[in-house]
Design a protein around this ligand. Structure first.
Ligand code: 5RP
Length: 245
């Protein structure tokens, strides 16, 4: 574990009271140790990843190239002078992406995740699948015993929204069409509350094969390789306990 995270307030007793952004930053900084200098970095999306991109930007001579999972991350990477490569070009050239770094909305002890709070789930799953390792960076609020408290995002082709909503209700979920809605791929997102996710791998498989679903925000069949969980005491690297189901 890295050292305690927090601010020292001069004139007061030493207080260590990190806020959520300080925890996110600490997790983001810890991810640097997992990268391979000179190789392409897989970059996720979200506020925690934004801190990671800023850390990368400060070291762009070591990490000059990335593959990005959203237009937001692409813009931030470019603003730091990091070249954003097209995934097809990277794969066609036979180049490696040793590490993909991304946040999560929830993560459990098997390192299975709910993702898509920022709407980038499809591209995130693609870049994660193209990468050798998935390093998940989270503050401790994302660590859960059971997935499902955070509404599960599902990216859907617009003409199938009602069809998929009916099916999700049959599973016991309450889908809501996300406002402001189109993804980077021009699709819509349903946020599904109330699901009991007892077996994340089979639920991912089931929802994924419905016609009209592009991606479900369960990352269970390919969980993270390591979770860097920031707590006030430091950043813990947690490896997966085998999934019970
Ligand atoms: C975006 C994601 C993000 O990783 C997830 O929403 C976590 O974001 P944040 O770091 O802002 O809490 O899946 O689609």
């Amino acid at each position: 574990m890295n050292g305690a995270i927090g601010e020292y307030n001069p004139g007061m007793s030493k207080t260590l009271t990190p806020n959520q952004d300080e925890l996110k930053k600490a997790a983001a900084r810890a991810a640097l140790e997992h990268l391979v200098p000179g190789e392409v970095v897989g970059v996720g999306s979200g506020s925690t990843v934004n801190f990671f991109i800023d850390e990368l930007g400060a070291r762009r001579s070591q990490f000059p190239r990335a593959v990005s999972s959203s237009s937001g991350s692409t813009e931030r990477l470019r603003a730091h002078g990091i070249e954003v490569l097209d995934l097809n070009d990277v794969i066609a050239a036979g180049r490696r992406i040793p590490v993909y770094v991304d946040g999560a909305d929830e993560i459990n002890a098997s390192l299975q995740m709910v993702k898509g709070g920022g709407g980038a789930l499809t591209r995130e799953k693609i870049v994660a699948a193209a990468s050798e390792q998935f390093v998940c960076i989270v503050d401790r609020s994302k660590w859960v015993e059971q997935l499902g408290r955070f509404p599960l995002p599902v990216e859907v082709i617009p003409m199938a929204v009602e069809l998929i909503s009916v099916r999700l209700r049959r599973l016991g979920g309450q889908p809501t069409l996300r406002a402001g809605n189109a993804t980077d791929n021009g699709n819509l997102i349903l946020d599904v509350a109330g699901l009991r996710i007892e077996n994340p791998g089979s639920l991912e498989e089931e929802i994924n094969q419905w016609a009209g679903v592009v991606t479900v925000g369960l990352f269970a069949r390919q969980p993270a390789s390591v979770a860097l969980v920031a707590t006030p005491e430091g950043v813990e690297a947690r490896r997966a306990k085998p999934a019970t189901r």
